[in-house]
Design a protein around this ligand. Structure first.
Ligand SMILES: *Cc1c(COP(=O)(O)O)cnc(C)c1O
Length: 374
């Protein structure tokens, strides 16, 4: 770190304080139920279903966003079969998407994303030459930009291939968004500490198909439902009551926290405009309020800016690395041409964000950006 200014981390999460957790922790002490859909998890699921405007029973909690993906995949597609070993996933996503399909026995096959939406294009997927070997498609909500369901429901019905949407960081966009974003296709969410609605570790699955949500819970609990007979391929991906306590307290304070991160995003937009960089910020509502992104012209400019900010003590992150195909473990998996991913991944830089990031810090980052993007 240089001594040119204060060290600003790329993300400084802030979850509910001990004081706000205490009433919920006392309820756990009294009930002496610590997991397996105790009263707090059930209450959290009910309140989240309401927030997301899915029917009661339309939301299942999970121990992480990755577990949520595994549960939704096992409940809707089951494990991979020899006839259909492939799962189509975008290369422009976080590693968890590929890790989850592998855990369910699928071989990931990487597709490029659309240059404007940053997502898989359902029309292009429908015409993919390997479709006869595909047992699952996992479109991703990049940086929490939500995926519209209609075209994927049409794809699923005509191709007969299950679809699970990795909603990742999209909680805030789904809460504020329209009806086209939630439906029969399960949407998984991560409540990791880095996401703006957070429980530390945690996640869940939302769908209007309550039978599918029930099976997701079953897949996340050893295949048990009512009886202790395992009836599905499964894992242990349940949310504990302690994490549900954090979720309930987070939900109590959600308006305030969401307002605070939105305020930081607005101040980035303002400050960047002041230094002549209007139009380079990508902030909520374009993406989740979990992220403030800066869009560079090319990888060379991005490297220059990252180095420039680092020398001012400002941390940045390319949240999806260089795309899944740049991860050592995934470097040899089959894939299409990935030129949009190759252009997007290195040029979208995550800037520092925290619910309490002050205006003067934002101004400091904006000035450093102005110096290094010249
Ligand atoms: C955060 C994230 C995940 C992983 O969630 P975990 O809760 O960390 O397991 C998966 N996909 C996307 C797109 C994410 O952003």
């Amino acid at each position: 770190m240089a001594d040119a200014g204060p060290a600003i981390p790329v993300l400084r999460p802030q979850l509910p304080s001990a004081e706000r957790l205490l009433p919920y922790l006392r309820r756990i002490d009294d009930a002496r139920i610590y997991s397996n859909w105790g009263p707090l998890s059930v209450e959290l699921e009910g309140r989240l279903a309401e927030r997301l405007r899915v029917p009661a029973g339309g939301f299942s909690s999970a121990s992480s966003g990755t577990a949520a993906l595994v549960g939704a995949i096992l409940a809707s597609a089951g494990r991979a079969t020899p006839e259909r070993p492939l799962a189509l996933v975008p290369a422009f996503t976080f590693v968890a998407t590929a890790a989850a399909v592998e855990l369910c026995g699928y071989d990931p096959y990487l597709l490029d994303v659309d240059a404007n939406s940053w997502m898989l294009d359902p029309g292009r997927v429908a015409g993919h030459p390997n479709l006869h070997q595909v047992g699952l498609v996992v479109p991703v909500a990049p940086f929490g930009r939500p995926v519209r369901q209609a075209a994927w429901i049409a794809f699923r019905d005509s191709a007969g291939i299950p679809v699970v949407i990795d909603g990742g960081a999209s909680f805030d966009r789904l809460v504020d968004g329209g009806e086209e974003l939630l439906g029969e296709i399960p949407v998984t969410l991560s409540f990791h500490a880095t996401k703006c609605f957070a429980t530390g570790e945690g996640g869940g699955v939302a769908s209007t198909n309550t039978g599918l949500i029930r099976r997701t819970g079953q897949a996340l609990n050893f295949g048990f439902h009512m009886t202790r007979d395992s009836r599905l391929p499964s894992t242990n991906g349940k949310m504990s009551e302690y994490h549900a306590a954090v979720g309930l307290a987070e939900l109590d304070g959600w308006e305030k926290k969401h307002g605070a991160v939105r305020e930081v995003a607005a101040s980035y937009r303002r400050r960047l405009a002041e230094v002549g960089l209007a139009g380079r910020s990508v902030v909520t509502p374009e993406v989740s309020a979990s992220y403030v992104l800066f869009s560079c012209r090319d990888a060379a400019e991005a490297d220059h800016i990252v180095a420039g900010l680092a020398s001012s003590g400002i941390d940045t992150r390319r949240w999806y690395g260089g795309g899944l195909h740049r991860q050592a473990h995934l470097s040899t998996v089959p894939r299409d041409d990935l030129s949009s991913t190759d252009r997007l991944a290195p040029t979208l830089i995550g800037l520092p964000l925290a619910p309490d990031l002050g205006e003067e810090s934002v101004a400091y980052v904006a000035e450093a950006l102005a110096r290094s993007s010249r």
